[in-house]
Structure formats: structure tokens, C-alpha cells
Design a protein around this ligand. Structure first.
Ligand code: FMN
Length: 217
């Protein structure tokens, strides 16, 4: 599908079928993800494709616990008076309840260290976080778009990784590898609905913050 169409319709599709997804399709999505940039071309990414039932069960438990806390502490009150948040809440609840049935979970990770002995990835003060996580999220967006183009349902989620220690244990990750987010993949139950986003003129500033000449266009 044309890239623009994929971008305009890519959204969090949480309700997916338990039917298997071919490894070839998953690997193609990851291959496309790898076209993304990384800091200093470090390519310090690792993708763990989780299909094993016990591993999915473990992550599902973590997701349920994290969602329970997050929902009760923050989301519930907002959802009570905001229908769009209530809708998201119902979709997340569905995903939490069916997480272990989702055929494939791709865990996008970053490895801290040297690549081919060439470049030590030294943490830098201010740019550290941006540079570090900035080396995984472009690839994750590529993964989401690839999934969209192939008709797969996908979403970017982080709550199952609430405890990094526990996630590392569930996935057998060494300390040098940090799980950043999970992309559950499956054939969608429904259709890709439209996305709702703020207008471009509202969030775009010219030269200085607050100068928004395109606001009313
Ligand atoms: C950093 C990040 C973390 C997210 N974590 C979760 C999550 O744990 N669970 C979930 O259901 N959605 C999660 N989302 C998905 C957002 O809720 C979703 O992208 C947003 O509601 C827009 O949805 P739409 O693309 O369908 O319009 C996350 C998104 C981002 C960018």
C-alpha cells in the first residue's frame, strides 16, 4: 500500500485473532524495521519474537498488574468523564485479558555496548535518554507501518515492561540488553478505524515557540 495511506491509517489495533502469523511475515516486518536510523549507526537493537506460551503468560501477568495500578491510579477517573478515553480503556482491557492468546509479541530491545568493537556507546549527560531511546523508536514505528501494510493488527505498548528486572527474567535478557517496548502482532478482529490527531497548524511553530501562523488553515 502507498506509504502515505499506511501512515494515515496506522493505529493501535489491540483486538487481534489468536490465529498464527507466519514467521516469514514477522521477519519481513522486522527486516523493514531495521531500515530505521540509530545513533552513530550503532544498530544496537535486538528483537525478541515471543511465541512460547509460558513466556507470553509471564508477560501477560506483568501487563495485568501494571494496568491495574495505572488504571486505578490515573485512567479510571478520566475515562469516567471522557468517552474517547473510555474507548481506549475498553480496548486496553481487552488486550490485557487476551494478552496470552496473541500469537506473536515482538519485544524491541536496546543493547548497551560496542558494535563490532568499533564504537563504545558512552552515556552522555543531557542527550543520553533521547539518544538512547531514540535508537529504538524509529525502528518500532517502521515495524508498525510494515504490519499495517501487511494487514496485521499491531500496537506499541510498554506496560508489560513495568518492571525491567522481571521482564529481563521472563525473556532471559542479559543486563546489557534493555527491553523498551512490546509490539503484539496478530490478524485484526475488526477494521483499522480512522485515527484522531491534533491539527498540524496547532502543533507547528514558526521560528519561535508560540508563533503558530498555520493554526487556522
Ligand atoms: C511510549 C508508548 C507507550 C504505550 N504503552 C501502551 C500500553 O502499555 N498499552 C496500550 O494499550 N497502549 C499503549 N500505547 C498506545 C497508545 O495508547 C496509543 O498509541 C494511542 O492511544 C493512540 O492510539 P491510536 O493510534 O489508535 O489513535 C503506548 C504508546 C506509546 C507511544
Amino acid at each position: 500500500m502507498p506509504l502515505g495511506d499506511a501512515m494515515m491509517t496506522q493505529r493501535a489495533v489491540r483486538r487481534v485473532l489468536p490465529d498464527p502469523v507466519d514467521d516469514a511475515v514477522v521477519l519481513k516486518c522486522i527486516e523493514l524495521a531495521l531500515r530505521a536510523p540509530t545513533g552513530a549507526n550503532g544498530q544496537n537493537w535486538e528483537f525478541v519474537v515471543v511465541k512460547d506460551q509460558r513466556s507470553k503468560d509471564k508477560l501477560a501477568r506483568r501487563y495485568r498488574q501494571a494496568w491495574w495500578i495505572y488504571h486505578n491510579a490515573m485512567i479510571r477517573r478520566v475515562a469516567a468523564r471522557d468517552e474517547s478515553m473510555a474507548k481506549i480503556t475498553r480496548a486496553v482491557q481487552w488486550q490485557v485479558d487476551h494478552f496470552a492468546e496473541i500469537p506473536v509479541l515482538v519485544v524491541a530491545c536496546l543493547r548497551l555496548g560496542v558494535r563490532d568493537g568499533k564504537l563504545p556507546l558512552v552515556p552522555l549527560p543531557h542527550a543520553a535518554e533521547s539518544g538512547y531511546y531514540g535508537s529504538i523508536y524509529p525502528s518500532v514505528q517502521n515495524l508498525l507501518l510494515a504490519a499495517r501494510a501487511m494487514g496485521l493488527g499491531a500496537s506499541l505498548i510498554t506496560l508489560p515492561l513495568w518492571s525491567v528486572t522481571s521482564a529481563r527474567r521472563a525473556l532471559g535478557l542479559p543486563h546489557s540488553v534493555t527491553p523498551c517496548c512490546v509490539v503484539p502482532l496478530g490478524w485484526p478482529r475488526g477494521r483499522y478505524g480512522p485515527t484522531t490527531r491534533r491539527p498540524v497548524g496547532e502543533v507547528t511553530h514558526l521560528d519561535t515557540y508560540g508563533n503558530r501562523p498555520w493554526r487556522d488553515t
